[in-house]
Write a protein that binds this ligand. Structure first.
Ligand SMILES: [Zn+2]
Length: 269
C-alpha cells in the first residue's frame, strides 16, 4: 500500500541527508495532471489511496555537513488544508528534527527551494499567541527571483503572509552557482516557480540533488512531459524535469524529491 515517505537518512561521505516528514499530501490526480487520461492512469492505481487520491510526501530535509546544520524547506507547518485540488496535513517536522538529535536552535541555515505554503510552513510558529521564528539562529536563504515574485502581489503575499513577515529583515539571497556550504551548491531550476532552486550536494564522487518540486510523483520520472497544474511555467518545468532526469542518470547520484511517495530518495543511475 502506498504511503507518504517516513523518516530516513542517506550518507554521502561524511554528510548525512535526512528526510524529515512533516505530514502528507493527497492530490486530486486529474487536477494535478490535467492532460493525463483515465487510461494513462490505469497502470498506476497502486499510487492512489482507496479514495483515488494520489498520495504524496510532505516534509523537509536536514543536511548535516562537518560545519553546518541546514534545513532545506520547512514543510507545511502545524495546520491542515483541504480543497478540490489537494489536501495537506502537517505538523510533525519538529518531532522528526528531535529524532535526528537536533533542536531548532541548532539549525544555522534554512534554504528555500521555493516559497509555496507547503515549503515555508515552519518558518514561524506561535508561542503564547505570538509568532516567533522556529529556527531562531538560522540565516534564511532563497534565490532573489523567488523572493521578488511576491513584490506588489498582495494576493500571493497573503498565501504565506506569516512567513514573509518573519523573513522580511532576515532573508539573504543566494544565486545560481553559489555555495551555501562548501559541499552544497545552488542550482537555478525555474519552472515550478520563477525562482525555484535545487541543491547539489557533493562528497567525493557521490552526489545528491535536492530537487524541490521538480517532480510531484514518480509518474513524472516516467512521463516528464505530463503537465503539472502547480507549475507556474509548464513548458519550462518540462525542460527542467528532462534536464534533472539526465543529471539523476549519472553514476552515484541520488535525488531527493520532496512529494514523491514511499521514499523521497530516488536513484536512476
Ligand atoms: Zn510543494
Amino acid at each position: 500500500m502506498v504511503s507518504a515517505a517516513t523518516y530516513s537518512s542517506i550518507m554521502l561521505g561524511n554528510i548525512r541527508i535526512t528526510y524529515l516528514p512533516d505530514g502528507y499530501i493527497l492530490f486530486n490526480p486529474m487536477a494535478l495532471f490535467p492532460t493525463a487520461t483515465a487510461a494513462d492512469w490505469q497502470p498506476y492505481q497502486h499510487l492512489l489511496d482507496s479514495n483515488g487520491q494520489l498520495v504524496g510526501s510532505l516534509g523537509a530535509y536536514l543536511l548535516q555537513t562537518p560545519e553546518h546544520a541546514i534545513v532545506v524547506d520547512n514543510g507545511f507547518g502545524p495546520q491542515s488544508f483541504e480543497s478540490d485540488r489537494f489536501n495537506a496535513y502537517g505538523g510533525e517536522l519538529l518531532s522528526n528534527l528531535e529524532r535526528a538529535g537536533l533542536e531548532p536552535a541548532d539549525i544555522d541555515t534554512v534554504f528555500f527551494t521555493h516559497m509555496h505554503s507547503d515549503h515555508v510552513g515552519w518558518t514561524g510558529h506561535k508561542v503564547n499567541g505570538k509568532l516567533v521564528h522556529t529556527f531562531p539562529n538560522a540565516r534564511y536563504l532563497v534565490r532573489s527571483a523567488e523572493w521578488h515574485r511576491f513584490d506588489n502581489q498582495p494576493a500571493l503575499r497573503a498565501s504565506i503572509a506569516d512567513a514573509l513577515n518573519l523573513l522580511e529583515h532576515r532573508i539573504e539571497f543566494v544565486e545560481e552557482g553559489e555555495y551555501i556550504a562548501p559541499e552544497v551548491r545552488v542550482l537555478a531550476t525555474p519552472g515550478h516557480t520563477a525562482g525555484h532552486a535545487s541543491l547539489l550536494v557533493t562528497a567525493g564522487e557521490e552526489r545528491a540533488i535536492i530537487l524541490g518540486d521538480i517532480f510531484h510523483s514518480a509518474l513524472q520520472i516516467e512521463y516528464p512531459e505530463w503537465t503539472n497544474t502547480f507549475d507556474r511555467d509548464p513548458e519550462q518545468a518540462k525542460v527542467m524535469r528532462r534536464r534533472l532526469l539526465h543529471e539523476l542518470a549519472q553514476p552515484s547520484t541520488t535525488g531527493g524529491a520532496t512529494h514523491v511517495a514511499d521514499s523521497v530518495f530516488i536513484s536512476l543511475g
